[in-house]
Design a binder for this molecule. Structure first.
Ligand code: AP5
Ligand code: MG
Length: 218
């Protein structure tokens, strides 16, 4: 049976940071819907043009487009043993579609770690985030600084600040999370899949807590 993990939590809580580390530890592919949209924007595809309009405002990209993008990503051979989903699902419609989709792959959602932090922590993290242009490696100017400012430690590419990390857009993203994504906390809790993780700890402590939840597969 493949293993599918859904990383749940608000913008800036550390989903992407942890997903990189957990993917390395488990060998599961890291699938970030935000990264997939950003890749489409970089390649100026039709999907990228559509997604950018929503992302710049901090709104969600429509469910149908998002679900079909994830369906095609999960169909790739590297997901045969499962995947680590970061940023998807984000609505109950997406969660229902994921459940249906995974039955096609003889799988189901096995774990839903839910990472938490206060709103002020999220804002502080997003305002200091620097992301690598080539592969999306994530840094923070205070909490996880690159060895050389502005340069990625892993592939030496340039670091940039995401357009949607502007203060106004961050506020909207948090509002959208609270109204449209937070219902998934109850959704997955009722299914007995949710494990709450304190995201205010240092990065390596959060990883330890996550690995304890995922202990059976690591
Ligand atoms: P997406 O890219 O998924 O953004 P997000 O969910 O808002 O989350 P972020 O990537 O901002 O934060 P993160 O939790 O990954 O934190 P990170 O690890 O970087 O989505 C962007 C947009 O795409 C959406 O707004 C929407 O428009 C669209 N979209 C995406 N998915 C969609 C979907 N399913 N449906 C519809 N639309 C969708 O960490 C943040 C910072 O904190 C970093 O600087 C990091 O170094 C630092 N940090 C991390 N952990 C710690 C720690 N423990 N202590 C101190 N600092 C830490
Ligand atoms: Mg992310």
């Amino acid at each position: 049976m493949p293993t599918f993990i859904v990383l749940l939590g608000p913008p800036g809580v550390g989903k992407g940071t942890q997903a990189e580390l957990i993917a390395e530890a488990t060998g599961l592919p890291h699938i970030s819907s935000g990264d997939l949209f950003r890749e489409n924007i970089k390649n100026t595809t039709e999907l990228g043009k559509l997604a950018q309009a929503y992302m710049n405002k901090g709104e969600l990209v429509p469910d149908d487009v998002t679900i079909s993008m994830i369906r095609s990503r999960l169909s790739r051979p590297d997901c045969k043993e499962g995947a680590l989903l970061d940023g998807f699902p984000r609505t109950t419609v997406q969660a229902d579609s994921l459940a249906n989709l995974l039955t096609e792959f003889n799988g189901k959602v096995n774990f839903v770690p839910y990472i938490t932090a206060s709103e002020s922590t999220l804002i502080e993290r997003l305002s200091g985030r620097w992301t690598c242009k080539a592969q999306g490696h994530i840094f923070h100017e205070k909490h996880n600084p690159p060895h050389k400012p502005g340069v990625c430690d892993f592939d030496a590419s340039e670091l940039y600040q995401r357009d949607d990390d502007k203060a106004e857009t961050v506020k909207r993203r948090i509002q959208v999370y609270l109204t449209q994504t937070a219902p998934l906390i109850t959704y997955y809790r009722q299914l007995g899949l949710l494990s709450e993780i304190d995201g205010t700890q240092p990065i390596e402590k959060v990883t330890e807590a996550l690995m304890a939840v995922l202990g059976k597969i690591a």
